[in-house]
Design a protein around this ligand. Structure first.
Ligand code: PBG
Length: 329
C-alpha cells in the first residue's frame, strides 16, 4: 500500500501550527459596532429579536462608545430612533435631533480614537418607514430624496461625524452627499457607501430595533437577491462618485458579492453582518443547538476570508473580548 507523501494534515496538527499558517486575521480594528440610540430613553431598552442588543439611552451609548475604543474596535455606526416621525423625516436634519446629538456625544467621548460613523438614511425618521420621501403616487422620489440626504450629511458633519454611511440605495446618493459635504467645508468627512444593499428578510429584527413603521417592502430601490453583476455596477458608480469605502449587505448570503467587489475596486470593502444573521445564531445558541462563540468567530473570519476588510457586526465588542483573551473560548 502506497501511503501519501503529501500530507496537508501536517499543517493542522496543533493549535500552534494552525496559528502559524492561518491566512485570515480577525482583529478588533476590523470590526465596527452598530449602535441604536433612542431619543428620550433613560435606560437601555432590550430588543427582543436581538438578545443582547439594546436601544441605548444617550448615556449608555456613550459608555458603549467608550468600551469600543478601549477594546480597539475600528469604529461605531450610529442609528437614531426619534420620538416623532413625519413624512419627510425632519428630525434627521435637526441639529438637536437624536442622531446628530448621539454623534456629538460619541465624538465628545472618544475624539479621534475611534471612527465615528452614522447611518445616512431617512427610514428611521419617516412615518411611512421608507428610505426617502414619497411622490404623489406613493413611490420613493429619488431626486427629492437626494436633496434631503445632502442636507442630512451636512448636519451629521456639523455634529462632528468622521464617516457617513448612506444606506438608502438612491441613485446618485454618493455624489450628491460628496458635493454637499465639500461645499459646506467638510472635505475630510468620508463616505462609507452601502453600494450593494439587497432587499432582505434578514433585516427583520432591525425593524424592531429602530421601531420602523414600514408597510410593504423596499424592492423598488434595494437590490434583487438573484443578481450579482449589478453589485459591481453599483460599487463602481459609487467609487466614481467619491465613495471612500464600499459595502455589501447582508453578508452571509452574499459572500460571493463580497469577493467580487474586493476584486473589482481599489478602495476598502466592508460587509454588514445584519440583524437577522445575529438573531439566528442567538436563537440557536440559546437552544444549545450550536456553540455560539465558535459560530461567531467562524462567521466573522469567513466574512473576512471572502474579502471584507471591515465587518459591521453586533458582536463587535464580544468578538474583541474573545480575541483579546478576556473571555474563554
Ligand atoms: C436603512 C438600514 C437598514 C439596515 C441598516 N440600515 C434597514 C433596511 O434597509 O431595511 C439593516 C441593518 C440590520 O438588519 O442589521 N437605514
Amino acid at each position: 500500500m502506497a501511503f501519501p507523501s503529501t500530507r496537508p494534515r501536517r499543517l493542522r496538527r496543533s493549535a500552534a501550527v494552525r496559528r502559524l499558517v492561518g491566512e485570515t486575521h480577525l482583529e478588533p480594528r476590523s470590526l465596527v459596532l452598530p449602535l441604536f440610540v433612542r431619543q428620550g430613553g433613560r435606560e437601555p431598552v432590550p430588543i427582543s429579536s436581538m438578545p443582547g442588543v439594546v436601544q441605548h439611552s444617550r448615556s449608555s451609548a456613550r459608555a458603549a462608545v467608550s468600551a469600543a475604543a478601549e477594546l480597539g474596535l475600528g469604529g461605531v455606526m450610529l442609528f437614531g430612533i426619534p420620538e416623532r416621525k413625519d413624512a419627510t423625516g425632519t428630525q434627521a436634519l435637526d441639529p438637536e435631533g437624536i442622531l446628530n446629538a448621539a454623534i456629538g456625544d460619541a465624538v465628545a467621548e472618544v475624539g479621534d480614537a475611534l471612527v465615528i460613523m452614522s447611518d445616512l438614511c431617512l427610514d428611521e425618521f419617516t412615518d411611512h418607514g421608507h428610505c426617502g420621501v414619497l411622490d404623489a403616487r406613493g413611490d420613493v422620489d429619488n431626486d427629492a430624496t437626494l436633496e434631503l440626504y445632502a442636507q442630512m450629511g451636512v448636519a451629521q458633519a456639523a455634529a462632528g461625524v468622521h464617516m457617513v454611511g448612506p444606506s438608502g440605495m438612491m441613485d446618485g446618493q454618493v455624489g450628491a452627499i460628496r458635493s454637499a459635504l465639500d461645499d459646506a467645508g467638510h472635505p475630510g468627512v468620508a463616505i462609507l457607501a452601502y453600494s450593494a444593499k439587497y432587499a432582505s428578510a434578514f433585516y427583520g429584527p432591525f425593524r424592531e430595533a429602530v421601531g420602523s413603521a414600514l408597510q410593504g417592502d423596499r424592492r423598488g430601490y434595494q437590490q434583487d437577491h438573484a443578481n450579482g453583476r449589478e453589485a459591481t455596477r453599483e460599487a463602481l458608480l459609487d467609487v466614481a462618485e467619491g465613495a471612500d469605502i464600499v459595502m455589501v449587505k447582508p453578508a452571509l448570503g452574499y459572500l460571493d458579492v463580497v469577493r467580487q467587489l474586493r476584486d473589482a475596486v481599489d478602495v476598502p470593502v466592508a460587509a454588514y453582518n445584519v440583524s437577522g444573521e445575529y438573531a439566528m445564531v442567538a436563537a440557536a445558541g440559546a437552544n444549545g443547538w450550536l456553540d455560539r462563540q465558535l459560530a461567531i468567530m467562524e462567521i466573522l473570519t469567513g466574512i473576512r476570508r471572502a474579502g471584507a476588510d471591515i465587518v459591521l457586526t453586533y458582536w463587535a465588542l464580544e468578538a474583541a473580548r474573545l480575541l483579546s483573551g478576556r473571555m474563554p473560548t
